[in-house]
Ligand binder design. Structure first.
Ligand code: C2O
Ligand code: CU
Ligand code: CU
Length: 480
């Protein structure tokens, strides 16, 4: 039996939503040409993948189209797409299109936005991506294990007009915990780990395999799309001999800028697009390192320059700006304000006390045990029907959220269905006009962000360290 989303209903409700927003002047409406909806298909299947390269036998994984990462889905900004997902696993799944501003029925959260896809069934996701940029897709059912076993892929929405670069390179970075024979270690949902840094692994792959180096040519201007698809590993990349310029964060263009200390910081689920001018010498090799964890730095990969003269005599300007996306600008003067507090974890001032708690039904191995809470409430699992919203926002309102991390741990906090404009961090204005769908919090950080609540639905706000989400660092905001 197949579960299909109804084409007519979803198209009509989307058009209604789009029309309303366009009327409110919030979202540019793209023409929908019903004749040529792009149709894509992916299947979640058990498979084997060469994660470790030649050194070990292939690893048993769960993967989209039997590939790790799954196929790169390439969409065009403003063009409707229909993506049919087939579940060939022996457990339920869903797909979440991380960072895409789409209708709630296509958001992929079990119970909250759709009935999960049962084994041997399908679901057709339909949406029109309003924003160009670098996004990704992953399951939202049994997320810790399904993502941890390899179900993830990159979704690129191309700008209406091509961006003038010599090459567009994608690095999908994933962290794995492998046994000595190269298989994925058991023990997903360890409660101790969930209350600390989460399931950080012991091997990082680049586009699904041990990095072997990137071949480049002197003088090239490259758009490098970085995606951290890890369960829990944070990354801070440095490019020896190069000066990466950040041009987009979580898919959304920002003012081009060099990152602080030259480190590109990437929490789980975050994406950063950098422009790199290949300013090295022909024939030489330059290290790209990740030194996020003190004393645990390693060489991620290398930029290996081909011999021969630079491709051009004068390097192209690196500080160019990507075309803006049609994001609604929050009106700070009339915005409603809310505070949200992240609580719990080990060494964060003791145990969770007086936590209300609603426990997920789908937390295998975790017994619905909460280690974290948002405003005193622990919602565990991946999402389910009937999760009470933390608060309700009237549609169309501008909102300012002040999110405080009271814990002793880092959290990449992700909000579904919207991009958040970052206003301040620990009281200082955040420059470069950055919009995130996933905001990285250092221990004790306080971040102020704003958005227009233009997308009706019950939207998840959760930590993207998967064990943290499963163990209670999750809530729902309702836009009605
Ligand atoms: Cu990428 Cu709710 O997640
Ligand atoms: Cu998301
Ligand atoms: Cu977290």
């Amino acid at each position: 039996m197949f579960v299909n989303s109804n084409l007519h209903i979803s198209r009509r409700s989307f058009l209604l939503a789009g029309g309303g927003l366009a009327a409110a002047g919030l979202l540019r409406s793209w023409p929908v040409r019903s004749a040529d909806i792009q149709e894509l298909r992916i299947a979640a299947v058990p498979a084997r993948a060469p994660l470790t390269g030649e050194t070990h036998p292939d690893t048993e994984v769960w993967a989209y189209d039997a590939k790790v990462p799954g196929p790169v889905l390439r969409l065009r900004q403003g063009d409707p797409v229909r993506i049919v997902v087939e579940n060939q696993l022996t457990q339920e799944t869903t797909v979440h299109w991380h960072g895409i501003r789409l209708p709630i029925a296509m958001d992929g959260v079990p119970g909250l936005s759709q009935v999960p896809i049962k084994p041997a069934e399908r679901f057709a996701y339909e949406f029109t991506p309003p924003d160009a940029g670098t996004f990704w897709y992953h399951p939202h059912a049994n997320s810790l294990e399904q993502l941890g076993r390899g179900l993830a892929g990159v979704l690129i929405v191309d700008e209406r007009d091509p961006v003038p670069v010599d090459r567009d390179i994608l690095w999908m970075l994933s962290d794995w915990r492998l046994t000595t024979d190269g298989q994925i270690a058991a023990g997903f949902g360890n409660h101790m780990e969930a209350a600390m840094s989460g399931r950080v692994g012991n091997m990082v792959t680049l586009n699904g395999t041990v990095p072997t180096g990137e071949r480049v040519r002197a003088g090239e201007r490259v758009r490098l799309r970085l995606v951290n698809g890890s369960l829990a590993r944070l990354m801070a990349l440095r490019f020896e001999g190069h000066r990466p310029v950040v041009v987009a964060v979580d898919g959304q263009p920002c003012d081009p800028h060099e990152p602080d200390d030259g480190r590109v910081l990437l929490g789980p689920a975050m994406r950063v697009d950098v422009m790199l001018v290949m300013q090295g010498e022909p024939g030489r090799s330059y290290a790209v390192t990740d030194d996020f964890y003190d004393g645990l730095g390693y060489t991620l990969t290398r930029l290996n320059y081909a011999e021969g003269a630079p491709v051009r005599a004068t390097p192209l300007d690196i500080a160019f700006r990507l075309p803006p996306n049609p994001l609604p600008e929050p009106d700070l003067a009339t915005a409603e304000r809310h505070e949200i507090t992240l609580q719990g974890g080990m060494m964060g001032g003791g145990k969770l006390s007086g936590v209300g708690g609603i426990s997920g039904m789908a937390t295998p191995g975790m017994d619905g045990q909460a280690a974290w809470a948002i405003d005193g409430m622990s919602m565990t699992g991946d999402g389910q029907a009937g999760m009470p919203p933390l608060f309700t926002i009237q549609r169309g309102r501008s909102v300012v959220l002040t999110i405080r991390n009271e814990t002793a741990w880092w959290h990449p906090m992700h909000f579904h269905g919207h991009s958040l404009k970052i206003l301040t961090r620990n009281g200082s204005p955040v420059p470069h006009r950055q919009w995130n769908d996933t905001i990285l919090f250092a221990p004790k950080d306080i971040v102020e962000c704003a958005f227009v609540a233009d997308n009706p639905g019950d939207w998840m706000l959760h930590c993207h360290v998967m064990d943290h989400q499963m163990a209670g660092l999750m809530t729902v905001l309702r836009i009605a």
